[in-house]
Write a new protein. Structure first.
Lengths: 233, 221
């Protein structure tokens, strides 16, 4: 009995997901080490600038996750593939988590640098907030709609229309800002190579983390769907 | 295409006739509007008549009245169990959806026809302004497209009243940002009214097309 369960849960071939998880834990440590000890402190912002190594990768990984939601939604509407639906479902959760990290890290950075946690006239801030709200709604649809085909379809529609809306929000706010006093922006300067290396490692670590989280959540969803099938029988 | 328009206008006329006979939504929306203004005035405690908060009050009232109007469009069909027979007809889903959205948009415009003069009376804004009307009507079209899409979706789930605001409000933000600017210009602050109106028109076209296409998948059972 126990053997069958172990057989389903942990396949006998090497578990790639577990290897990726362990490798990513190491990579995250390396990224943190690089950010603290290797990357130079910013001459103007000081230590606060190091938030950047988590904030930007989290934002990029969140967009990647929502792109998975978008593609999964299209595929599900096209052929009702349960795999696409499950992927979209778990990617939305991971994307929402990463967007939360992005928003919190951004606010923590903004407080000492801009003197306030939040500004309304920055298109990135507003569109990220709306992004968070849209995918929080997506997960609510998942919870409220009848599981199965209806939840899949409705969520796919929200995921697709929501994805279209986000750049429009970004555009609206930047248009709005052009007739508003401009926000001060730092002069672009050449970035030192140490900084770029640290950023690249952090980005890889966070992207891999997102993939690992999606992988584990996907497994849970497979088991949950299987359980539902047994219960429905 | 002509059959699309025929179906859409037939559905819209059906919905408007129902409203005309029952007279439920419009009185309720009209009262809601006046109550919203009353709450806004005492909530803000403004000294100078309220002109500076008027645009915000206007948008809060329009968006929340919109949620009520669009939510009812499909909730009423569901209560009467009349959505399924409507979908059993060979008419295109997108056309049925467009008709319902059109009727709901007209109801919201009627509600705005109460709101703008009431705002003028209570908050010293112009009682009629062509710019304000243009901005509101243009925003209403796109908001109706998106709002009715999610109303159709929410009506088919349990806890439907919960779902519509959570889905529609974030997607309406572009209309509020650009429409908000247009209303501020119309009420005497800021500039670039034409740019705002042109953008609203662009958003209308985009979201009406997207919503009609997506409606096929929402109205499918």
């Amino acid at each position: 009995m126990a053997a069958t369960h172990a057989g389903t849960l942990a396949p006998s071939r090497p578990d790639l997901l577990r290897i990726a998880a362990v490798a990513d834990a190491a990579l995250l440590l390396v990224a943190a080490g690089l950010a603290v000890f290797y990357a130079p402190a910013d001459s103007v912002q000081g230590i606060v600038q190091k938030i950047f190594y988590l904030h930007v990768p989290a934002a990029i990984a969140a967009y990647a996750a929502f792109a998975v939601v978008l593609v999964g939604g299209f595929v599900f509407l096209w052929n009702e593939s349960p795999t696409a639906d499950r992927l979209a479902r778990v990617a939305a959760e991971v994307g929402l988590l990463l967007t939360t990290v992005t928003l919190v890290m951004g606010a923590l950075w903004a407080r000492p640098i801009w003197g306030t946690y939040w500004v309304w006239w920055d298109p990135r801030l507003v569109s990220t907030l709306v992004l968070w709200l849209i995918y929080a709604g997506y997960l609510l649809v998942r919870r409220i709609a009848t599981p199965g085909r209806q939840a899949g379809r409705f969520a796919a529609v929200v995921g697709i229309v929501g994805f279209i809306d986000v750049p429009i929000v970004h555009f609206s706010v930047s248009w709005w800002r052009t007739i508003h006093p401009p926000v001060e922006t730092a002069a672009p300067e050449a970035l030192p190579p140490e900084l770029l290396l640290t950023f690249a490692v952090s980005l890889d670590a966070v992207l891999l983390l997102a993939a690992v989280l999606v992988g584990y959540r996907y497994r849970v969803e497979v088991l949950r769907d299987r359980l539902q099938e047994v219960l429905d029988r | 295409m002509s059959s699309f328009l025929r179906v859409a206008t037939a559905v819209a006329r059906k919905d408007l006739r129902t409203e005309l006979r029952s007279r439920e939504m419009l009185p309720a929306l009209g009262q809601f509007v006046v109550l919203a203004l009353l709450i806004a005035f005492f909530g803000f405690d403004v000294e100078t008549g309220g002109l500076e908060i008027a645009p915000g009050v206007l948008w809060l009232t329009v968006t929340f009245a919109g949620l009520v109007a669009f939510g009812r469009a499909f909730a009423a069909e569901r209560d009467q169990a009349s959505l399924e027979p409507l979908l059993l007809t060979p008419a295109s889903r997108s056309a049925i959806f467009a008709g319902k959205a059109l009727a709901a948009a007209l109801l919201l415009v009627a509600c705005e026809a109460v709101l703008v003069p009431a705002l003028g009376v209570f908050f010293n804004t112009p009682v009629f302004s062509l710019e304000l009307t243009a901005a509101l009507v243009l925003a209403t079209i796109g908001m109706a497209g998106l709002g009715c899409l999610f109303a159709a979706l929410a009506a088919q789930t349990r806890a439907r009243d919960l779902l519509l605001p959570v889905l529609a409000l974030p997607l309406w933000i572009p209309f509020v940002v650009v429409g908000g600017r247009a209303v501020q210009v119309a009420l005497g602050g800021g500039r670039d009214l034409n740019g705002a109106l042109a953008l609203l028109l662009d958003f209308d076209i985009l979201f009406v097309v997207v919503a009609s296409l997506a409606a096929k998948f929402v109205l499918d059972d």
